[in-house]
Design a binder for this molecule. Structure first.
Ligand SMILES: [Cu+2]
Length: 156
């Protein structure tokens, strides 16, 4: 066998092994670790966001013994509520939507990173292990006031 054929064979083998490893990682992440792309948690009329439950009452509410729901409305250029206080160690479900344009919902230092899309409900669950203050920022360019759009999440 010529040297070129040996190289070609080893490149092909490496390629196939890498493909199988990547596919395996994908299947493992999906089935064993439960990692999924965030799906649509619901749809609504963005013009009536302020009167559609649960967005008619933005804020933090207890939903179980150690579970809380945080309902957030985004608008140009802010969040309602802009200061969110949640207990550390509890399971927090963030539910958000926008009434005008696409906004971001990124809590610094956590894996909470959602898009708040008009007409859609975004949902994400997180537990703050330690008490602390986190910056909440919009990471989707939403207009001239985008860089002023922020809030605060305080785990206590
Ligand atoms: Cu923005």
């Amino acid at each position: 066998m010529s040297k070129v054929l040996v190289y070609e064979k080893s490149f092909l083998t490496t390629g196939v092994i890498l493909l199988i490893l990547c596919l395996g990682a994908l299947v493992y992440a999906t089935l064993a670790m439960g990692i999924h792309l965030p799906g649509r948690a619901g749809i609504l009329d963005p013009a009536r966001l302020n009167s559609t439950p649960p967005f008619d009452q933005p804020g933090v509410r207890q939903t179980g013994p150690n579970a809380y729901e945080v309902v957030v409305r985004a608008y140009a250029f802010g969040y309602e509520p802009s200061e969110i206080r949640v207990p550390a160690g509890a399971e927090i479900t963030f539910v958000g939507s926008s009434r005008d344009v696409i906004h971001g919902f990124n809590i610094e230092g956590t894996r909470i990173n959602m898009m708040l899309i008009p007409g859609q409900v975004s949902k994400n669950v997180y537990t703050f292990k330690e008490p602390g203050e986190h910056l909440l920022i919009c990471h989707e360019y939403c207009g001239v006031g985008h860089h002023f759009m922020h809030g605060k999440v305080i785990a206590e």
